[in-house]
Write a protein that binds this ligand. Structure first.
Ligand code: G3P
Ligand code: CA
Length: 328
Protein backbone atom coordinates (compact mmCIF):
# COMPACT_ATOMS: atom_id res chain seq x y z
CA UNK A 1 0.00 0.00 0.00
CA UNK A 2 1.38 3.40 -0.92
CA UNK A 3 1.71 5.85 1.97
CA UNK A 4 -1.06 8.14 0.69
CA UNK A 5 -3.64 5.33 0.82
CA UNK A 6 -2.39 4.20 4.22
CA UNK A 7 -2.85 7.73 5.53
CA UNK A 8 -6.29 7.90 3.93
CA UNK A 9 -7.37 4.65 5.60
CA UNK A 10 -6.15 5.86 9.00
CA UNK A 11 -7.87 9.22 8.66
CA UNK A 12 -11.07 7.49 7.51
CA UNK A 13 -11.06 5.34 10.64
CA UNK A 14 -10.69 8.46 12.80
CA UNK A 15 -13.14 10.59 10.90
CA UNK A 16 -16.46 9.99 12.62
CA UNK A 17 -17.26 11.93 15.77
CA UNK A 18 -16.22 9.41 18.38
CA UNK A 19 -18.62 10.43 21.15
CA UNK A 20 -22.30 9.74 20.51
CA UNK A 21 -24.43 12.85 20.21
CA UNK A 22 -26.85 14.66 17.94
CA UNK A 23 -25.66 14.39 14.36
CA UNK A 24 -25.66 18.14 13.96
CA UNK A 25 -23.07 18.51 16.71
CA UNK A 26 -20.60 16.89 14.33
CA UNK A 27 -19.37 19.58 11.93
CA UNK A 28 -19.32 18.45 8.31
CA UNK A 29 -16.08 18.14 6.40
CA UNK A 30 -16.66 19.31 2.83
CA UNK A 31 -13.83 18.46 0.47
CA UNK A 32 -13.36 21.76 -1.37
CA UNK A 33 -12.89 20.97 -5.06
CA UNK A 34 -12.05 17.42 -3.89
CA UNK A 35 -8.93 16.80 -1.82
CA UNK A 36 -7.52 19.71 -3.80
CA UNK A 37 -4.59 20.30 -1.48
CA UNK A 38 -3.21 16.95 -2.63
CA UNK A 39 -4.31 16.49 -6.25
CA UNK A 40 -5.40 18.82 -9.08
CA UNK A 41 -8.77 20.33 -8.18
CA UNK A 42 -12.05 19.19 -9.67
CA UNK A 43 -10.84 15.84 -10.97
CA UNK A 44 -12.37 12.45 -10.25
CA UNK A 45 -9.05 11.51 -8.66
CA UNK A 46 -9.21 14.46 -6.23
CA UNK A 47 -12.81 13.64 -5.33
CA UNK A 48 -11.97 9.93 -4.90
CA UNK A 49 -9.07 10.74 -2.57
CA UNK A 50 -11.40 12.88 -0.45
CA UNK A 51 -13.84 9.96 -0.27
CA UNK A 52 -11.02 7.62 0.79
CA UNK A 53 -10.05 10.10 3.49
CA UNK A 54 -13.56 9.99 4.90
CA UNK A 55 -14.93 13.41 3.94
CA UNK A 56 -18.67 13.90 4.33
CA UNK A 57 -19.20 15.81 1.09
CA UNK A 58 -17.30 16.51 -2.11
CA UNK A 59 -17.70 19.95 -3.64
CA UNK A 60 -17.87 20.41 -7.42
CA UNK A 61 -18.06 23.95 -8.83
CA UNK A 62 -20.12 23.79 -12.02
CA UNK A 63 -19.83 25.61 -15.35
CA UNK A 64 -21.20 24.51 -18.71
CA UNK A 65 -20.00 23.47 -22.16
CA UNK A 66 -21.12 24.83 -25.54
CA UNK A 67 -23.38 21.81 -25.90
CA UNK A 68 -24.99 22.27 -22.51
CA UNK A 69 -23.14 19.76 -20.36
CA UNK A 70 -22.24 20.66 -16.77
CA UNK A 71 -18.56 20.21 -16.02
CA UNK A 72 -16.54 20.75 -12.85
CA UNK A 73 -14.33 23.86 -12.99
CA UNK A 74 -14.01 26.77 -10.63
CA UNK A 75 -14.09 29.20 -13.55
CA UNK A 76 -15.42 28.96 -17.08
CA UNK A 77 -11.98 30.28 -18.10
CA UNK A 78 -10.08 27.00 -18.18
CA UNK A 79 -6.42 27.88 -18.78
CA UNK A 80 -5.39 28.12 -15.13
CA UNK A 81 -6.35 24.53 -14.41
CA UNK A 82 -6.00 22.72 -17.76
CA UNK A 83 -3.77 22.53 -20.82
CA UNK A 84 -6.40 24.21 -23.01
CA UNK A 85 -4.05 27.02 -24.10
CA UNK A 86 -1.54 24.56 -25.55
CA UNK A 87 -4.18 22.36 -27.19
CA UNK A 88 -6.39 25.13 -28.62
CA UNK A 89 -4.07 28.16 -29.09
CA UNK A 90 -6.38 29.83 -31.62
CA UNK A 91 -9.48 29.70 -29.41
CA UNK A 92 -8.51 32.48 -27.02
CA UNK A 93 -11.32 34.98 -26.46
CA UNK A 94 -12.20 38.05 -24.43
CA UNK A 95 -15.42 38.18 -22.40
CA UNK A 96 -17.19 40.36 -19.91
CA UNK A 97 -18.27 38.21 -16.98
CA UNK A 98 -20.17 39.78 -14.11
CA UNK A 99 -18.73 43.17 -15.10
CA UNK A 100 -15.11 42.01 -15.39
CA UNK A 101 -13.15 41.67 -18.62
CA UNK A 102 -11.50 38.25 -18.81
CA UNK A 103 -9.23 36.85 -21.53
CA UNK A 104 -8.74 33.15 -22.01
CA UNK A 105 -10.42 29.93 -23.04
CA UNK A 106 -14.02 29.54 -21.95
CA UNK A 107 -16.04 26.42 -21.30
CA UNK A 108 -19.03 27.79 -23.21
CA UNK A 109 -16.93 27.93 -26.40
CA UNK A 110 -15.97 24.24 -26.26
CA UNK A 111 -18.01 21.11 -26.80
CA UNK A 112 -17.81 18.38 -24.22
CA UNK A 113 -15.86 16.26 -26.73
CA UNK A 114 -13.25 19.03 -26.95
CA UNK A 115 -13.15 19.49 -23.18
CA UNK A 116 -12.59 15.76 -22.79
CA UNK A 117 -9.29 16.11 -24.72
CA UNK A 118 -7.98 18.46 -22.00
CA UNK A 119 -5.97 17.39 -19.00
CA UNK A 120 -6.08 19.05 -15.61
CA UNK A 121 -3.17 20.85 -14.03
CA UNK A 122 -2.52 22.19 -10.55
CA UNK A 123 -3.54 25.84 -10.25
CA UNK A 124 -1.08 26.92 -7.57
CA UNK A 125 2.68 27.22 -8.07
CA UNK A 126 3.14 26.45 -4.37
CA UNK A 127 1.60 22.97 -4.72
CA UNK A 128 2.86 19.80 -6.43
CA UNK A 129 2.67 19.63 -10.20
CA UNK A 130 3.54 15.92 -10.26
CA UNK A 131 0.07 15.03 -11.51
CA UNK A 132 -0.32 17.68 -14.19
CA UNK A 133 -1.46 16.28 -17.52
CA UNK A 134 -2.94 13.06 -16.13
CA UNK A 135 -6.60 13.64 -15.33
CA UNK A 136 -9.71 14.57 -17.31
CA UNK A 137 -12.19 17.34 -16.61
CA UNK A 138 -15.19 15.47 -15.19
CA UNK A 139 -18.84 16.05 -15.98
CA UNK A 140 -21.34 16.52 -13.15
CA UNK A 141 -22.96 13.26 -14.23
CA UNK A 142 -19.64 11.43 -13.84
CA UNK A 143 -19.24 12.94 -10.37
CA UNK A 144 -22.72 11.80 -9.39
CA UNK A 145 -21.87 8.30 -10.62
CA UNK A 146 -18.84 8.33 -8.29
CA UNK A 147 -21.06 9.59 -5.46
CA UNK A 148 -23.51 6.78 -6.16
CA UNK A 149 -20.80 4.19 -5.55
CA UNK A 150 -19.88 5.54 -2.10
CA UNK A 151 -21.37 6.82 1.14
CA UNK A 152 -20.60 10.44 0.35
CA UNK A 153 -22.57 13.61 -0.09
CA UNK A 154 -22.25 16.09 -2.94
CA UNK A 155 -22.30 19.87 -2.62
CA UNK A 156 -22.48 21.43 -6.12
CA UNK A 157 -22.07 25.16 -6.70
CA UNK A 158 -23.58 26.99 -9.65
CA UNK A 159 -20.91 29.35 -11.02
CA UNK A 160 -21.94 32.53 -12.89
CA UNK A 161 -25.61 31.51 -13.20
CA UNK A 162 -26.83 34.89 -14.56
CA UNK A 163 -24.01 35.05 -17.10
CA UNK A 164 -24.76 31.58 -18.42
CA UNK A 165 -28.51 32.20 -18.50
CA UNK A 166 -27.90 35.30 -20.64
CA UNK A 167 -25.96 33.12 -23.09
CA UNK A 168 -28.91 30.73 -23.38
CA UNK A 169 -27.03 28.12 -21.35
CA UNK A 170 -28.78 28.16 -17.95
CA UNK A 171 -27.18 25.91 -15.36
CA UNK A 172 -30.31 25.07 -13.43
CA UNK A 173 -32.14 22.72 -15.88
CA UNK A 174 -29.18 20.35 -16.35
CA UNK A 175 -28.43 20.53 -12.61
CA UNK A 176 -31.96 19.42 -11.76
CA UNK A 177 -31.95 16.80 -14.52
CA UNK A 178 -28.68 15.31 -13.30
CA UNK A 179 -29.86 15.14 -9.69
CA UNK A 180 -33.17 13.64 -10.83
CA UNK A 181 -31.36 11.02 -12.93
CA UNK A 182 -29.18 10.08 -9.96
CA UNK A 183 -32.23 9.87 -7.65
CA UNK A 184 -30.69 12.64 -5.55
CA UNK A 185 -33.43 15.24 -5.89
CA UNK A 186 -35.25 14.03 -2.82
CA UNK A 187 -35.66 14.93 0.79
CA UNK A 188 -32.92 13.32 2.86
CA UNK A 189 -30.42 13.01 0.03
CA UNK A 190 -26.90 14.04 1.05
CA UNK A 191 -26.91 17.06 -1.24
CA UNK A 192 -26.56 20.80 -0.73
CA UNK A 193 -26.79 23.20 -3.69
CA UNK A 194 -24.92 26.50 -3.28
CA UNK A 195 -24.61 29.79 -5.13
CA UNK A 196 -23.12 33.26 -4.66
CA UNK A 197 -26.16 34.63 -6.48
CA UNK A 198 -29.57 34.99 -4.86
CA UNK A 199 -32.24 34.73 -7.54
CA UNK A 200 -31.18 31.37 -8.92
CA UNK A 201 -31.30 29.86 -5.43
CA UNK A 202 -34.74 31.38 -4.90
CA UNK A 203 -35.86 29.88 -8.22
CA UNK A 204 -34.47 26.48 -7.23
CA UNK A 205 -36.31 26.49 -3.91
CA UNK A 206 -39.45 24.96 -5.40
CA UNK A 207 -37.69 22.82 -7.99
CA UNK A 208 -35.30 20.97 -5.73
CA UNK A 209 -36.08 18.93 -2.65
CA UNK A 210 -32.56 19.26 -1.25
CA UNK A 211 -31.30 22.10 0.97
CA UNK A 212 -29.82 25.24 -0.54
CA UNK A 213 -26.88 27.25 0.76
CA UNK A 214 -26.41 30.97 0.16
CA UNK A 215 -22.75 31.78 -0.29
CA UNK A 216 -21.57 35.13 1.03
CA UNK A 217 -18.69 37.22 -0.24
CA UNK A 218 -16.86 40.28 1.00
CA UNK A 219 -19.20 42.65 2.87
CA UNK A 220 -18.83 45.52 0.37
CA UNK A 221 -19.51 43.33 -2.67
CA UNK A 222 -22.88 42.58 -4.22
CA UNK A 223 -24.11 39.26 -5.56
CA UNK A 224 -23.89 39.53 -9.37
CA UNK A 225 -27.66 39.44 -9.72
CA UNK A 226 -28.36 42.16 -7.13
CA UNK A 227 -28.50 45.88 -7.93
CA UNK A 228 -28.30 47.22 -4.39
CA UNK A 229 -28.01 44.58 -1.68
CA UNK A 230 -24.49 43.77 -0.51
CA UNK A 231 -23.21 40.65 1.19
CA UNK A 232 -22.75 42.85 4.25
CA UNK A 233 -26.49 43.57 4.20
CA UNK A 234 -27.12 39.84 4.01
CA UNK A 235 -25.21 39.09 7.20
CA UNK A 236 -27.39 41.29 9.42
CA UNK A 237 -30.37 39.94 11.35
CA UNK A 238 -32.94 40.84 8.68
CA UNK A 239 -30.67 39.68 5.85
CA UNK A 240 -30.20 36.28 7.44
CA UNK A 241 -33.91 35.94 8.09
CA UNK A 242 -34.54 36.72 4.42
CA UNK A 243 -32.04 34.04 3.38
CA UNK A 244 -33.78 31.54 5.64
CA UNK A 245 -36.92 31.86 3.48
CA UNK A 246 -35.20 29.93 0.69
CA UNK A 247 -31.97 28.45 2.07
CA UNK A 248 -31.00 26.08 4.86
CA UNK A 249 -27.56 27.52 5.35
CA UNK A 250 -24.95 30.12 4.55
CA UNK A 251 -21.40 29.73 3.30
CA UNK A 252 -19.47 32.77 4.56
CA UNK A 253 -15.80 33.56 4.12
CA UNK A 254 -13.92 32.65 7.29
CA UNK A 255 -13.28 36.32 8.00
CA UNK A 256 -17.03 36.95 8.35
CA UNK A 257 -17.44 34.37 11.11
CA UNK A 258 -17.67 35.73 14.64
CA UNK A 259 -19.61 34.50 17.64
CA UNK A 260 -22.17 37.25 16.94
CA UNK A 261 -22.57 36.14 13.33
CA UNK A 262 -22.94 32.50 14.42
CA UNK A 263 -25.62 33.50 16.94
CA UNK A 264 -27.54 35.54 14.33
CA UNK A 265 -27.38 32.80 11.68
CA UNK A 266 -28.40 30.07 14.09
CA UNK A 267 -31.22 32.23 15.42
CA UNK A 268 -32.47 32.47 11.82
CA UNK A 269 -32.32 28.68 11.59
CA UNK A 270 -29.37 28.62 9.21
CA UNK A 271 -26.43 26.24 9.14
CA UNK A 272 -22.99 27.84 8.76
CA UNK A 273 -20.36 26.31 6.44
CA UNK A 274 -17.42 28.74 6.09
CA UNK A 275 -14.76 28.61 3.38
CA UNK A 276 -11.86 27.94 2.75
CA UNK A 277 -9.56 26.04 5.11
CA UNK A 278 -6.09 25.35 3.73
CA UNK A 279 -3.16 23.80 5.56
CA UNK A 280 -0.28 24.98 3.39
CA UNK A 281 1.98 27.88 4.36
CA UNK A 282 0.83 30.45 1.82
CA UNK A 283 -2.68 30.22 3.29
CA UNK A 284 -2.54 29.06 6.91
CA UNK A 285 -2.27 32.23 8.99
CA UNK A 286 0.89 32.54 11.14
CA UNK A 287 -1.29 32.85 14.25
CA UNK A 288 -1.94 29.08 14.04
CA UNK A 289 1.76 28.27 14.37
CA UNK A 290 1.79 25.92 11.38
CA UNK A 291 -0.86 23.63 12.91
CA UNK A 292 -4.09 23.54 10.87
CA UNK A 293 -5.89 21.85 13.78
CA UNK A 294 -5.63 25.13 15.68
CA UNK A 295 -7.67 26.88 13.01
CA UNK A 296 -10.29 24.13 12.69
CA UNK A 297 -10.73 23.94 16.45
CA UNK A 298 -11.18 27.70 16.70
CA UNK A 299 -14.01 27.59 14.14
CA UNK A 300 -15.54 24.40 15.55
CA UNK A 301 -15.60 26.10 18.97
CA UNK A 302 -17.35 29.12 17.44
CA UNK A 303 -20.13 26.71 16.50
CA UNK A 304 -19.87 26.37 12.72
CA UNK A 305 -21.72 23.40 11.24
CA UNK A 306 -19.17 22.46 8.61
CA UNK A 307 -16.01 23.57 6.86
CA UNK A 308 -14.92 23.72 3.23
CA UNK A 309 -11.38 22.37 3.21
CA UNK A 310 -8.72 21.69 0.58
CA UNK A 311 -7.23 19.23 3.09
CA UNK A 312 -10.10 17.07 4.35
CA UNK A 313 -7.58 14.76 6.05
CA UNK A 314 -6.51 17.60 8.37
CA UNK A 315 -10.11 18.69 8.96
CA UNK A 316 -11.09 15.12 9.87
CA UNK A 317 -8.18 14.75 12.27
CA UNK A 318 -9.17 17.98 14.01
CA UNK A 319 -12.81 16.88 14.14
CA UNK A 320 -11.87 13.50 15.59
CA UNK A 321 -10.33 15.33 18.55
CA UNK A 322 -13.77 16.85 19.32
CA UNK A 323 -11.88 19.93 20.39
CA UNK A 324 -15.06 22.01 20.23
CA UNK A 325 -17.15 19.91 22.62
CA UNK A 326 -16.06 21.64 25.85
CA UNK A 327 -16.93 25.00 24.33
CA UNK A 328 -20.56 24.07 23.47
O1 G3P B 1 -18.33 27.21 -2.33
C1 G3P B 1 -17.64 27.49 -1.16
C2 G3P B 1 -16.38 28.05 -1.61
O2 G3P B 1 -15.89 27.13 -2.52
C3 G3P B 1 -16.59 29.36 -2.28
O3 G3P B 1 -15.45 29.77 -2.86
O4 G3P B 1 -14.48 30.53 -4.90
O5 G3P B 1 -13.72 28.39 -3.91
O6 G3P B 1 -15.92 28.54 -5.02
P1 G3P B 1 -14.88 29.27 -4.23
CA1 CA C 1 -17.11 26.56 -4.50
Amino acid sequence: MIPRLAIAALVGALSSCAIPGPADECPLVIAHRGASGHLPEHTIEAYRLAIEMGADYIEPDLVISKDGVLIARHENEMSETTDVAAKFPDRKARKTIDGRTVEGWFSEDFTLAEIKTLRARERLSSRSHANDGKYEVPTFTEILALVGRHDIGVYPETKYPSYFRALGLPLEPPLIAALDAASLNRSGAKVFVQSFEVSNLQSLKNRLKVPLVQLLGDPDERPSDQAVMTYGDMTGEQGLQDIARYAAGVGPPKAAVSSEFVARAHAAGLKIHPYTFRSDPPFLAPVYGGDPAEEYCKFFALGVDGVFSDFPDDALKARASRCWSQAK
